[in-house]
Design a protein around this ligand. Structure first.
Ligand code: ADP
Ligand code: MG
Length: 246
């Protein structure tokens, strides 16, 4: 479980996240929705401490962190290892082949046995449909393929939580589907995932739960069906309508 209590994140004077209370459960897929600038990326980045909030607490399983105090190296590392982030822009190592990209983290960070992790890397590449590309360089792949490598690389670290920040927004629409399919498979497998996306159809189909952010606050936190069926909240209705043709 990932839990924030009374968490606030400031950029200078600007309070980008305001007194956030939220729990992400294991085995669930949560989609984070909200207008641009509402704090979606910041929330995701606060989970793995790419951004450090100034207030509140963060708990991931047995790790408890008081965010108002200096975070120990040990805790920071533990948090990093229980989460893995997939970015909009893939962020693969350009000078490494596909399989090397996937096994780099487990070898250098987790100190895994090279032979074993090569086998595992191959398995993960077949899972994302890219066995035939393991000896290619990222530049020889389409954007959709690169993003699938990035997903295999994240899985190779065996994180408890997978974090995705707009994983398909840099892709042409016809390549978006192949990445969303991989995410859907992972969700159905019961992986714990938190996904920022603008794709409402994907959210509707795959998310167990929706979080709607606006202006650094949580306006909705509940079941996907309740979010889309909601009739009371005008702000959510107008957001859904504004996304109709995207
Ligand atoms: P979203 O992902 O929902 O578009 P962000 O989390 O990127 O929103 O940003 C939330 C708010 O925090 C915005 O007002 C943004 O300008 C601000 N912000 C984000 N990152 C930084 C940063 N590194 N420095 C200063 N302000 C930032
Ligand atoms: Mg963002």
């Amino acid at each position: 479980m990932v839990q924030f209590s009374h968490m606030s994140k400031f950029f200078g004077e600007h309070e980008a996240l305001k007194d956030i209370n939220i729990t992400f459960n294991k085995g669930e897929t949560t989609v984070i929705l909200g207008p641009s600038g509402s704090g979606k990326s910041t929330l995701l980045r606060c989970i793995n401490l790419l951004e450090t909030p100034e207030r509140g607490t963060l708990q991931i399983d047995a790790i408890h962190i008081d965010l108002s105090k200096v975070i120990s190296k040990k805790n920071r590392l533990a948090i990093r290892q229980s989460t893995a982030m997939v970015f909009q822009s893939f962020n693969l190592f350009p000078h490494m082949k596909v399989l090397e990209n996937v096994i780099e983290g487990p070898i250098t960070v987790l100190k895994k046995d090279k032979k074993l992790i090569i086998e595992k890397g191959k398995l993960l590449l077949s899972k994302v449909g890219l066995s035939h590309k393991m000896d290619s360089y990222p530049s020889q792949l389409s954007g959709g393929q690169q993003q699938r490598v990035a997903i295999a690389r994240a899985l190779a670290m065996e994180p408890t939580f997978l974090l995705f920040d707009e994983p398909t927004s840099a892709l042409d629409p016809e390549l978006e589907g192949e990445v969303l399919k991989v995410l859907k498979d992972l969700s159905e497998e019961g992986k714990s995932m938190i996904i920022v996306t603008h794709n409402l159809n994907f959210a509707k189909e795959v998310a167990d739960r929706v979080l709607f952010l606006e202006d650094g606050q949580i306006l909705f936190d509940g079941e996907t069906k309740m979010f889309f069926d909601n009739k009371e909240n005008n702000r959510i209705q107008s957001f859904i309508q504004s996304m109709q043709f995207i």
